[in-house]
Design a protein around this ligand. Structure first.
Ligand SMILES: Nc1ncnc2c1ncn2[C@@H]1O[C@H](COP(=O)(O)OP(=O)(O)OP(=O)(O)O)[C@@H](O)[C@H]1O
Ligand SMILES: [Mg+2]
Length: 246
């Protein structure tokens, strides 16, 4: 269903998918990487993985990105943004985020819109990884995203936090709830029923459960990226977003 929704919105421009959470370490980056690998591999369309994490993010390390390739320069010279993008796998490119949180705070919506107008011409899928704190540029991206994946880990505290985040985005910023999907990551079998009962009560739009996978590590991208395709983690993320294909 999710894959179909993303493809349907391809008619006019690229599909933008964003992964968010107000809790650290829940798997935002890992999920964004797996989704981008899935779309690039499955559709063969050009796919861009974009980092909006200035906390700082970890794309620079994971993808071994040079100092001169970053979103900061892409925003400054949008016509030439492709110079600041790194190809990391066949038709999959990555745009490294802004490492300085203060610089990220000062980005204007107009600059973001201009850059995206250029990006839309080149990519069918844009997958965005984010930081735990919502800033102006993330808010802009949430507004024009087609799908928003809100990630929680398998704890009540985390689920309660993302529930507040969802409400906040809907009530305060009028972001449509219909484009939000909740992902519960790092599922451990024994906790399942307790969490499932609670999420039903608070009416979270849960679409996806991903198990704890001891074989998965996001740094595999640097050392053995083919291995990611063989992990249960990748299979579960792919299955969840491609169910309409079957
Ligand atoms: N389902 C999973 N099974 C096993 N390990 C996982 C799973 N999901 C994520 N991880 C691991 O958990 C750690 C945190 O994941 P990740 O960096 O993707 O989270 P994050 O939400 O992006 O964190 P941050 O808030 O720091 O940006 C990483 O070491 C990653 O490899
Ligand atoms: Mg991250």
């Amino acid at each position: 269903m999710i894959y179909k929704e993303a493809c349907t919105s391809l008619k006019n421009r690229s599909s933008v998918l964003i992964v968010i959470s107000n809790k650290g370490g829940v798997g935002k980056t890992s999920i964004a990487i797996a989704m981008s690998m899935f779309y690039a591999q499955k559709t063969k369309h050009r796919t861009l993985l974009l980092e909006l994490d200035s906390s700082p993010g970890d794309f620079k390390t994971i993808f071994d990105i040079e100092e001169d390739k970053s979103l900061e320069l892409a925003l400054r010279f949008p016509q030439k943004y492709s110079r600041y993008v790194k190809n990391i796998y066949k038709n999959l490119d990555v745009l490294n985020g802004i490492s300085n949180p203060l610089a990220a705070e000062s980005i204007k919506t107009e600059a973001v819109n201009i850059l995206f107008d250029y990006i839309y011409r080149d990519y069918k899928f844009i997958i965005i990884d984010t930081q735990t704190t919502i800033n102006g540029i993330i808010l802009d991206a949430l507004r024009f995203s087609d799908l928003i994946f809100i990630v929680s880990d398998y704890s009540l505290e985390s689920i309660s936090r993302i529930s507040s985040l969802l409400k906040f985005l809907v009530d305060k910023f009028s972001i449509s709830k219909s484009k939000m999907k909740v992902i519960i990551n790092k599922k451990k079998f024994l906790d399942f029923y307790k969490i499932w009962d609670i999420t039903k009560i608070i009416e979270l739009p849960i679409e996806i459960f991903i198990s704890m996978d001891s074989r998965f590590n996001k740094t595999n991208f640097l050392f053995n990226r083919e291995k990611i395709f063989r992990t249960k983690f990748f299979r579960q993320v792919s299955k969840a977003i491609s169910s309409s294909l079957i």
